[in-house]
Structure formats: C-alpha cells, structure tokens
Write a protein that binds this ligand. Structure first.
Ligand code: PRX
Length: 661
C-alpha cells in the first residue's frame, strides 16, 4: 500500500479550488424516481431491512427469510432462503405484464445496421439458445465463458445461461488469446461462446482466430458456439467441437425453457479483474443481491423508467456493461441501447447522431470519452438535437471539473444532472454518487455514499480523517451487490479486501476498495485513485504485475517495472521501465518486441505509452523499487527527495532517457 500523504497535492487542490456547486434542474426533479432527502436517514435507521426496497423490485419464486445473514462475515449472505431466476426477472415478467412489444434491446452496428429485440422476441431467442446450450451438455452451475464484442448475442447468451442456472464468465473481446485461456483455465470452463469477427473503424476484425489461439492454451476440452457476425465478409470454419449459433437457435426455435429457480446466493456470474498479483481475480456475484442492487441503483441513481431509451456506452465485457447495460436496465423493463463501435467512426459525432436518432433519455459514459469529446470540440454535439437527454452519468475514473463542466454544458445543455458514480467490479453496483433528484452536484467530487452505505475516508489506522484531508476509502457495512468471494479462493478474498481495517476478534469487518479519497464538510467524497499496484487506463483496470510478466517474457529483458503516468486522454497510461540482459542493445526493434508482447499477452488497451530502457531501477535501501518516483518521472512531476535511495544517480539517467525519447 502506498502512503497517501505522498499524493501530489497540487493537482488535487486545483481540482477542488475550481469546485462550484450545481443544483439539480427543476425539470428533472419534478419527474425523478427519488426526490425525498429523508431516504438517507430512513435507510440508516432501518438498516439492513432498508434493502427490502431493492428486493421488492424483483419477482421471487419463493420469498426470502432473512435480509442479511452475517454469521460468517465477511462471507455475507443476502436475502437467504429466497429463490428466483434472473432471466425471468429481466424478460418473462415484463412480457407477462404487457410489455411484450416494447423494445428491450436496440442495437446499432458500426456500419449503421440496426436490430431491435422486443421483450417478447428477446425472450424467445433466449429460450431457444438456452435449449441449445442444454443440448450441448450445459448443466446448472457449469461456467460458460463468453468472448464477444458488442453484439446482441452477448446479452442473449448471458440471459440464456442465467435461465438454466449456468454462471457466465464474460471476457472482454479486446483481451488477448492468453487472457482468455488464463480465465478459462482458472474457472474450469468447458464452454465458450464466441464469434467470427466484428467491425472496428470500418475494418472487419478476425476474432475467431484469437479465440482459437486461446483455446489451444486451455488445458481441457471445450465445446464452442460461434456467432456469425460478419457473413461473407469473413469466412470461417467450424472445428470438431464447434457449433453455429444461428443453426442452434433455429433448431430450438419455439422451445419453452422453464427458468431454473435459483437460490438467492447461487452464483449468477464470474468476472475476472486485475489486482495486485499477476493472477486475475475471479469476482463472484450471486443472483438475488446483485440483481436487486443493480435494479435499485438503476432506478435511484440512473432514474431509469420503463418508457426510457437508456444508453450506457461501456462494453458488456466490463462490469459496467453487466450491471448497467444488461441486468439493471432489463430488470427495470426499459429499452437499453447497444452500440458496436467507437465514438469517432465514421465521424466524431457518432454518439450524438445516436442520441438524436433514438431520442436517448439517459447517457452514461466514462471520463476518458468525455475528455476525447472535449478535445474534438463542441461543434460535434452542437450539430445534433440532444434535447431528449434528461440525465448524464460518468464512471470508471475521476473526472476533473473542467471535463465535468464541459459535459454539463455541451451535452446536457445545462438541464441534465450528472451522476459521477464511484464503484468497482467487486461492488456490483454504484456506491458513491449523488442521487440526481436530490443532491447538489460538485464537479470532481462523486458525492456521498448511497443511502444504506457506511462509506468513510480513514487514515492508516482506520480513524476517520477530518474534512479536507486525504485518506483511504473504506466501506464499513455490507451491501446486497457486494462480491461474495473470489472464485475458489476464499483466502485471497479475505486478504485482499478485509484485512487492512477489520478487527476479526471483535467481528468487525471493513471493506477496503484500495482507493485513496478526500472528504469535505458535507460528506462529499473526491476519489483520488488506486493506492495499490493497479493502473486505470481509460477507465480500465490493469495490474502492474500482469504487465511486468508480459514484458519480462520478452527474450533479452532482465527486469521491468511498470507504473501509471498522467495522460491527457487516457487519464493514466502505462510506462514501462526496462532493464535488458547484458549484451542486449536498447534498440527500437527491442522496444517493439516488448510492446508486441504486452499486446499479445493482455490486449491493445495495455499497450505501453513508452518503454524506457535503464541500466538500473531506483530502489530503497531495503531493495524496494520506488514506484512513486517512476510515476513522477513519467508524469513529468517535480521529484521529491531522492537521497534515501540506494542508487540516487540512476534517477538523472532515467530522466535524461525520458527526455531523449
Ligand atoms: O479506482 C476506482 C475507479 O475504478 C476502480 C474500479 O475499477 P473496475 O473494477 O474496473 O470498475 C470500473 C467501473 C465500475 C475503482 O477502484 N473508479 C470507478 N469509478 C470511479 C473511479 N474513480 C473515481 N471516480 C469514479 N466515479
């Protein structure tokens, strides 16, 4: 853990100095789902029963007996005794309630093709695919991996798995073959749903080649289903254990598949994410708590209503897409928009064209995208009618006040509240944010913890810091959407999240998200970023250990240290400091090999911004690499005292090297 007191104060002060407050526009408040300020007190007083409000948003096959069971803390259990099915809650009940013909998924491909799935149609296809999966041998509790881009078959496959009680594990399509194999091996997953390819900036990318390469590294047999996304554009062949998605669905058209009644605490899905060590963590989410929490936050924070067209521009391969493209919105019976491509293809106004075309009510994106929009200029949104927008959201990384204000003015026309939502893969749903119909907004500060959450900013000993001081974020009580454990690794679950500030002897458990933060006199929290070895590139989480192992796998590399440095668009970018083996030359070819290995090992999102060759790494007398110093060099910050280093001379060499590059 890094000492937060070393955080560069200058940038933070600048962020806070610019801070003004904004009241939620009256036009929004008038129609908001939640407007009563008393909700904070109500939830506090009635905790944990307050979370019945979330459970009430679902339909249960059997009612739960207890809201919360905490005997085995930190292995909390929510809504125990209850039974339900997530696919039933996202589909059947809306069809039964008269929404059969309402659009559930509105999809737009990069080339402009469109597909609309009504709730009725979506249910039919989910049932047909669920029947197909069963025929292929998928049974309750088998982990099914999905390695797919933003095509409707991805949420269909997720819901089909949920229907038959098979947990899914979605691997982001931009991740490498190696990353796919690591995750399939770690979860013993014997089924893979993938596709032939997809479009990126007009090019047809071959995705199947990457899946096949990954499959060759999986140490057990795998049955595969392949979606034909590209048709004649890219021919593909199916191997021995591979099946065509369309054929499978056609064979089972009209099938009726009873939703399996799952125990509240049965696993709904696994999602692998990066942490301090090289091995990704398999975050386990369960059926009732997760679904109730994403539905409740979808309603309270994103103000989702069934008649809305709601758009979250994240990728379903990340938790944001799971919670707020698929489960939350569909549980609430709204129309969720899915877009396959990037914001700048064919032109930089692509997103605004979509907002106008579909009359989008709520738009939820990441600060990295907002920074890009800002750089491209206001003329792109100005060319479109964005008056349908009612609410804006951001997620994934801190947003600076300048970007916040630009978003507020140029996208929201100063009439839409912005929710800056802090949360994580592990938390399942939103944790810190204003409620858009209640709280005043302070650009750059996410807001208070949600009702029912005890979020604090503490010092190294767990004592709350005074307003205005920096410390560490903690969550001092459990919540329904929380991860239950790390897949097949209870021990790591406890040591990663519950060790730092808990007092097991007193049975006091405190969740540590590994973020630094500052709190003000109104209880508004400004999140400063990770305090562990995780880099947040464009809102995507990358572990330095994973990056370093990909680099040292390059022939000729002796040692590597990877840090995050400031980046205008990405927020943070990857900087690699590399020591070569004796006799190896620091050439551009070597640099390229290193970059290629990172892209091969993890994916293009992890591509280093710069590779800096150095004969040594700055180390403390006890031999620890001074990462903070390397971060400062990468960000061009002024360096503090380097006299405590074992090898202070190396710092100047490295700085020189960076300048020469
Ligand atoms: O550092 C925080 C940052 O993203 C991390 C979680 O990453 P991940 O699990 O990939 O989930 C991202 C989407 C929920 C956090 O530990 N983070 C997320 N949202 C914010 C944020 N930092 C500042 N402000 C936010 N709104």
């Amino acid at each position: 853990m890094t000492d937060q007191s070393e955080e560069p104060e200058v940038e933070l002060e600048a962020r806070l100095a610019e801070q003004e407050t904004f009241e939620p526009p009256e036009s929004f408040v008038e129609q908001a789902n939640v407007t009563d300020e008393g909700i904070y007190e109500e939830f506090e007083e009635a905790w944990p029963e307050c979370w019945e409000a979330a459970a009430d948003l679902l339909e249960w096959d059997e009612p739960y007996e207890n809201v919360l069971e905490d005997e085995d803390a930190p292995f909390y259990r929510w809504f125990t005794g209850g039974k339900l099915n997530a696919s039933y809650n996202c589909l059947d009940r809306h069809v039964e309630n008269g929404a059969k013909n309402r659009a559930a998924i509105q999809w737009e491909g990069e080339l402009g093709e469109t597909r609309t799935y009504t709730y009725g149609e979506l249910l039919n296809e989910v049932e047909a695919f669920a029947a197909g999966l069963r025929e292929l041998g998928v049974e309750e509790d088998d982990v099914v991996t999905m390695y797919m881009p933003m095509i409707p078959e991805l949420p269909i496959a997720m819901l089909a798995c949920a229907r038959i009680g098979a947990p899914h594990s979605v691997v982001f399509a931009g991740f490498s073959a190696e990353a796919l194999a690591t995750r399939m091996n770690a979860s013993d997953s014997e089924y893979l749903i993938t596709c032939d390819g997809y479009y990126r900036r007009g090019d047809a990318l071959n995705h199947k080649e990457k899946s096949d390469k990954g499959l060759r590294q999986v140490d057990h047999d795998v049955t595969t289903v392949v979606v034909d996304r590209l048709g004649d554009e890219l021919k593909h062949f199916l191997g021995k254990h591979a099946h065509d998605y369309d054929e499978l669905v056609a064979e089972h058209e009209g099938a009726s598949v009873e939703p399996v009644s799952r125990d509240a605490e049965d696993m709904l899905f696994l999602m692998y994410t990066s942490g301090t060590t090289g091995q990704p963590k398999g975050v386990k989410h369960t059926t009732a708590g997760y679904l109730a929490y994403t539905a409740w936050t979808g309603q309270a924070v994103l103000d989702i209503k069934p008649e809305d067209t709601y758009w979250c521009s994240a990728d379903i391969g990340w938790i944001t897409g799971h919670s707020y493209i698929v489960y939350g919105p569909l549980a609430l019976g709204t129309t969720t928009l899915m877009y396959e491509g990037t914001p700048d293809y064919p032109e930089k106004d692509r997103f605004w064209e979509l907002v106008e075309k579909y009359r989008v009510d709520t738009f939820y994106t990441a600060p990295t995208a907002i920074r890009a929009f800002m750089k491209w200029g206001a003329e792109y949104p100005e060319a479109h009618d964005l008056s349908s927008l009612r609410l804006l959201g951001t997620v994934g990384e801190p947003i600076n006040p300048r970007a916040w204000k630009w978003y507020y003015k140029h996208i929201g026309g100063e009439e839409c509240p912005i929710v800056d939502t802090w949360w994580q893969t592990e938390t399942g749903g939103h944790m810190i944010t204003t409620l858009p119909g209640i709280g005043e907004m302070k650009p750059g500060s996410a807001g208070p913890g949600l009702p029912g959450l005890d979020v604090r900013v503490v010092d190294g000993t767990g004592e709350e810091v005074d307003a205005g001081h920096a410390g560490y974020l903690t969550v001092n009580n459990p919540w329904p959407g929380m991860l239950r454990t790390l897949y097949q690794n209870d021990e790591r679950f406890v040591s990663e999240y519950w060790q730092e500030y808990s007092d097991p002897d007193a049975d006091e458990w405190v969740y540590f998200p590994e973020d630094g933060a500052k709190i003000d006199e109104d209880g508004y929290i400004t999140v400063l970023g990770r305090v562990d070895d995780v880099i947040n590139v464009s809102g995507h989480r990358l572990g330095t250990m994973e990056l370093e192992s990909a680099i040292v796998a390059t022939a000729g590399v002796a040692e590597a240290a990877v840090v995050g440095g400031d980046h205008e668009l990405k927020g943070e970018a990857v900087y690699a400091y590399v020591i070569l083996e004796d006799g190896q030359e620091p050439t551009d070819a070597m640099r390229e090999r290193i970059v290629d290995n990172v892209v091969e090992g993890i994916g293009p999102i992890a591509k280093p911004e710069d590779v800096i060759f150095t004969p040594e790494l700055p180390k403390t007398r006890s031999g620890k690499i001074m990462r903070r110093l390397l971060e400062d060099i990468a960000s061009g910050n002024e360096l503090g005292n380097t006299s405590t280093l074992r090898n202070p001379d190396v710092v100047e060499d490295i700085q020189q090297q960076v300048q020469d590059d």
